[in-house]
Ligand binder design. Structure first.
Ligand code: SF4
Ligand code: SF4
Length: 128
């Protein structure tokens, strides 16, 4: 793992999360794991699982069989990529606790290479 850390060692620069939301069940474990890790109070979150759907994709041709319904985890402005955990050699808490292996932590270059391998993924990078 590289040593590209901002002064104050609060935020990783050059790192991000690859979110393979195709396999997200919407269980919200990542939300809870992040809140516990950072002791966030009620109403504040490091990641939210957004819900897009269900809505019918094609009213004419699919006889109502095909729906858009995606659960999409999106880190918030409070996400620091679990800098303390990462510097201790651990995965970020959301990555560690997601049983569907939706979240992946790494350098932007590594994750961008992974991004080319399948659709329905999002590469998220924090404000440095
Ligand atoms: S990313 Fe993983 S932990 Fe979070 S809601 Fe989706 S399946 Fe659950
Ligand atoms: S990387 Fe850490 S701070 Fe960011 S969303 Fe995941 S658990 Fe929360």
């Amino acid at each position: 793992m590289g040593e590209i850390w901002k002064v104050g060692e609060i935020m990783a620069v050059g790192y991000g999360l690859l979110i393979d939301y195709e396999f997200c069940s919407g269980c919200q474990t990542c939300e809870v794991a992040c809140k516990e890790e950072h002791d966030l109070p009620v109403g504040k979150w490091g990641i939210r699982v957004l819900d897009d759907g269900p809505w019918q994709k094609n009213d004419v041709d699919d006889e109502g069989k095909n729906f858009n319904w995606n659960k999409i985890p999106v880190p918030t402005d409070l996400c620091d990529l679990c800098a303390d955990r990462v510097k201790a050699g651990k995965d970020p808490s959301c990555v560690h606790h997601c049983q569907a292996f939706v979240m992946k932590f790494g350098t932007i270059e590594e994750l961008a290479a992974e991004l080319t391998k399948k659709p329905k993924q999002v590469l998220w990078v924090p404000r440095g």
